[in-house]
Structures are given as structure tokens and as C-alpha cells.
Write a protein that binds this ligand. Sequence first.
Ligand code: 3PG
Ligand code: MG
Length: 400
Amino acid sequence: MLKTIDTLGELRGKRVLVRADLNVPLDGTTITDDGRIRAALPTLTRLVEVGARVVVISHLGRPQGAPEEKYSLRPVVGRLGELLGQEVAFATDTVGDSASETVAQLQDGRVAVLENLRFDAGETSKDEAERLDFAKQLAALGDAFVSDGFGVVHRKQASVYELATLLPAAAGELVLGEVESLRKVTDQPERPFVVVLGGAKIADKLGVIDSLLGKADRILIGGGMAYTFQKAKGHEVGQSLLDESKIDTVREYMERAERDGVELVLPIDTVAAAEFSAEATPTVVGVGEIPADQEGMDIGPETAKLFGEKIADAATVFWNGPMGVFEFENFAKGTISVAETLSKAPGYTVVGGGDSAAAVRILGFDESLFSHISTGGGASLELIEGKDLPGITILEEDHA
Ligand code: 3PG
Ligand code: MG
């Protein structure tokens, strides 16, 4: 059982550190999807209402342990203030003078955001002692800790893991809700159970395919990762994204799927282009027919239709990863088609992942059309895989 905010006792006047995942997509300083900020509101509002002094901590992007203006959380602060209906203070450092002063000036029921956690090398350090040291500096700024950055609970990082060992700690509303919704997929899913995987990071997603081969009835593979599968089947993929080092692993998965009666469905056509750009001319080609100087940018129309049929009768669907370069209109059709099918499917439908979740919203789908839209990509995948997540298990034990 996860410890809840109730277990923290009276919070009026207490400084509560809230680890949120405010890692939103930015175009310069413009937020292109504020889903993660909105997802943080239930916990923040609750703490404001009980008169806590709320100190929000988060990462944004992957800075390498030093400040970098383009990863500043400043653009997020204004939007958070609008959504909370109060002015939110901002500290220009994370554990320095600005942070201490900002926290010291905080009134009951007011909120402050500290600068990007990953501007300090201690946050993501591989060295446990370094992480603990940074976590101690964070802990000095709070009386209690609420872990609510679901998107990052699979990371053993200072603000996710060590910090929870130093203060009375509890899971926030988002983390509780995510875990409950995703357990419906992991524990005895209703069948047929269909998983749709896309996106580019094949190395990150092989583990999930491995474990899903024993759980899902069908696995549909699109997006950038599909080309490594095509290559493993002996098809030419031109300039498409390819992870040569994974070809053998992928081949082994295909054999296992065949043997165990799991349907592994690959694209049957591709939208290719000569350059990676919004203006590139899209050409539909069959499998193995991507010209040597072109790359696959989206699943083709026949594949979209096939995937639609494979999703339509599912009782449980989990989707992670776009089917193509949905940011470019010419190459968004595959992702739109999968989103559309999912939005109409009668079963329990989960969209998992920062990018896929942002994609459905950016493409204009109403969130209510899906049973659950997760704020976590890697985190939701690892939960589905059945792994123990450090940021979750630490909230189950009694440390403080
Ligand atoms: C995400 O965007 O997936 C989360 O914010 C975690 O970010 P990370 O993959 O850089 O740890
Ligand atoms: Mg991500």
C-alpha cells in the first residue's frame, strides 16, 4: 500500500515539498501541451486548501547537471499560476540562496517553484552518496514530502528516491490515480489485450515487448521502431531509423511470438520521404520498397486500416508511442488513425507516455474519449512490464 497525504497529519503552516513532473514540451518558451501541469493540480490544490506552504520541485528536459537557460522552469511557473488562480513564486536556483529565501517568505496556502532539479549534478548522479547529499539539501527546505511526479517514478534519482527516505513521505493524487488505472492493464486485463507500440526509442522498449509476449494477445508495432523489425525480416528500409544492434533480439522475439501464439503485427506499408522535414513529399510504398535514399516517416494507409481492425475488438488496449512523425502534418495520419480507433474502441483504453499523450491532445482529441491518459512514458511502460519502480516502492515502506 502506498502512503497517502492523510498519513502526513496536520499540514497547515508546514513546508511541503512536492516532486512534480512539469517536464512539458516547449517551443522556445511556449508550452505546446500543458497536460502535465494540469495533472499536478489535484495535489497542489489540496495542499493549498489545507494551508500548507507548497514547494514544487521538478526537472525539465535533460540538462547535464548545470544550469542551461533553455531548460529553465520559468515558462512553466506562469501557466501553473494561471491554473491555480494565484501568483506562484519562482526561485532561480534549486538549493541555493534564492531557494532558501523563496521558501522562507512563503505564506500558508501559497505555492513556489524551484528551478530545474537537474541543474544540479546530484539529482541524477550514479553515485548514491552524491544523490543523498543533494537530497539532504532539498530536505532542508521542507517538513514533509509528497511524491507526485509519476513520469519520473521509474528513476532512482535524488528527488524521487533519496528524498523520500529523509522526510515524512507520501504519494500524491496523480501517482495514486496512475497506479490504480495502470493496474487494470497489468493485473488480469480483460481479453483480447492489445498493445500498440511506436516511437523511436527501440532500445528502451524492447524490455516491454519481452515481458508482453507472455501477457498480451496482440502486439502492434509502428513508428520508428518498426524498421528494425522489418530489417530483421530481411526487408530493406532505406534511410529509416534502424537499431542494428537489436536486430538479433528482435528476430528472437518474432520467433517467440510465433511459437507462443502471440500476434505480432507489423506495418504492411509505409509513408516515405526523401528528407526529414514538414515540407517533404510523402510517398506510400509497400514493405521492403522504401527507396535507398528515403526514410519511413509514418505507417501507410493499409497499415492504419489493419491496426484499426486489430484494435476494434480489444477489451483492453495500451498504446505507447506515435506511429510516425506526427509533428509534421504530412506524416501524422497514422498516429491520428490509431488515436481515432482507440477513442472509439469500447474496451478499457490507455494512452501511456508523454509523447503519445501530448500527441492525442495536440491532434485535438478530447481526453474523455480514453479511459486513461498516463503522464508517464517510461514509467507506465515499466509498470506494464511488471517491474518494481524505485519511486513507488520507497513510498510503500516506512522510512521517516
Ligand atoms: C518523461 O518525459 O518521460 C519524464 O519527464 C522523465 O524524463 P526522463 O526520461 O528524462 O527521466
Ligand atoms: Mg520522455
